[in-house]
Ligand binder design. Sequence first.
Ligand SMILES: [Zn+2]
Length: 65
Amino acid sequence: MAWYWCLEHHCVEESLGCGSSSRIGPYDSEAQAQNALSRIHEREKEQTARDESDEKKYGKKRTWW
Ligand SMILES: [Zn+2]
């Protein structure tokens, strides 16, 4: 059984879900799929913290290219 987190409907869906292309996964369990989004948010938080510390170090935001 494969589980996905659907970004469109903000819920866990089985492999035969809505068929939206905006799904994260597959995951082995429903719980993992549910955690997927919070893990992404955590990573974003880390990235934001890193940007802020870079800002202090270099006096400006890192430029991405
Ligand atoms: Zn969906």
